[in-house]
Design a protein around this ligand. Structure first.
Ligand SMILES: C[S@@+](CC[C@H](N)C(=O)[O-])C[C@H]1O[C@@H](n2cnc3c(N)ncnc32)[C@H](O)[C@@H]1O
Length: 308
């Protein structure tokens, strides 16, 4: 990909993925459209219907996502200064970021969860809401400066079942859990509709750098998980190097099986089995790709694995 100030990141993405997207025109059109603001209602702080009723006095066009009844879109861009936000009744979150906790059926019955790369806590707080503050969550992140917002969000949303740890997950001590969420650092290309910026230092080498970190984190998780434990890997990038490529490499060395992801009313494309002359393990078809033009969201990638 070119590296100069005038080459927009949108164009870079369109050029890079034109050959694998199902509808290039819709993709192009969608990627240039700003993303609608979205938020999640936190049921740990008040009744959902009451919160919604209050919010509708600011914007009566607020609407619920077709595939998640706690996820909403709004035309407001100042929800962050509403009283509902201050008191933790809502969490401003991209819709796609709400998908990983929905991939495990009956997550509310799980007793222990580790969120390996947790800051600022979008998914941790959502998981805690699903668990209704029961059980136990360990929310880990390796970046000290990001723990402040993680802790602040846990406090604001009334979360009491979560312990925060600061550690590079690649050296996290063996810790049993029923499920591990692995929302890794990535090239974040999929957030382009939100950020809408020109990236000055776009670099193909980023894909290799990120995929090395991603494999390291995921390997550590697979090593410490026990038979039957669930592992949810996610990124917000289109790049197969950081998605199917990472999963395919993990399948070569780790005893895990992939599980297909279905979420009613959410359009999901299956994982790609090749990219740039490289073939991946055919199992990666079970991974889930979320393209922006399919559900009018940003882009996302999720894989559900079970330790064998
Ligand atoms: C995509 S963000 C996580 C977003 C978070 N899961 C959420 O939903 O709010 C990736 C996070 O991984 C953290 N991180 C990067 N390398 C890590 C590592 N080796 N171990 C643990 N965390 C890491 C970063 O500090 C960053 O907060």
């Amino acid at each position: 990909m070119k590296s100069n100030k005038t080459y927009s990141i949108q164009q870079g993405i369109i050029d890079r993925y034109a050959s694998i997207v199902d509808d290039k025109e819709k993709f192009r059109e969608n990627i240039h459209k700003p993303l609608k603001k979205s938020f999640r209602i936190n049921t740990l702080k008040g009744d959902k219907e009451d919160t919604l009723l209050n919010l509708k006095t600011y914007d009566d066009s607020i609407s619920c996502a077709k595939w998640y009844d706690n996820g909403f879109t709004t035309k407001l861009d100042n929800l962050g200064s509403s009283i509902e936000h201050f008191v933790g009744q809502i969490y401003i979150q991209e819709l796609t970021s709400m998908i990983p906790p929905l991939t495990i059926p009956n997550l509310n019955e799980y007793e222990k969860i580790i969120d390996c790369c947790a800051a600022p806590g979008s998914k941790t707080t959502q998981i805690a809401d699903i668990m209704q503050n029961n059980g136990e969550i360990i929310a880990n992140d390796k970046t000290h400066s990001r723990l402040k917002s993680l802790r602040g969000n846990l406090d604001r949303l009334g979360i009491t079942n979560t312990t925060v740890t600061l550690r590079d997950f690649r050296s996290f001590p063996n810790t049993d859990a029923d499920a591990y969420f692995v929302d890794v650092p990535c090239s974040s290309e999929g957030t382009i509709r939100k950020k809408n910026t020109i990236k000055k230092n776009w670099n193909e080498k980023d894909y290799g750098r990120f995929s090395k970190i991603q494999k390291g984190i995921l390997e550590r998780v697979c090593e410490m998980a026990n038979k039957g434990n669930q592992i949810i890997y996610s990124t917000c990038t289109f790049a197969p190097e950081e998605n199917e490529g990472v999963i395919s490499a993990i399948l070569e060395t780790q005893a895990v099986k992939l599980k297909k992801i279905n979420i009613e009313n959410l359009k999901i494309e299956e994982g790609r089995t090749n990219w740039m002359n490289q073939d991946y393990d055919k199992e990666v078809k079970k991974c889930a790709r979320i393209w922006p033009h399919h559900n009018n969201t940003d882009a996302f990638f999720i894989t559900r694995m079970e330790k064998c």
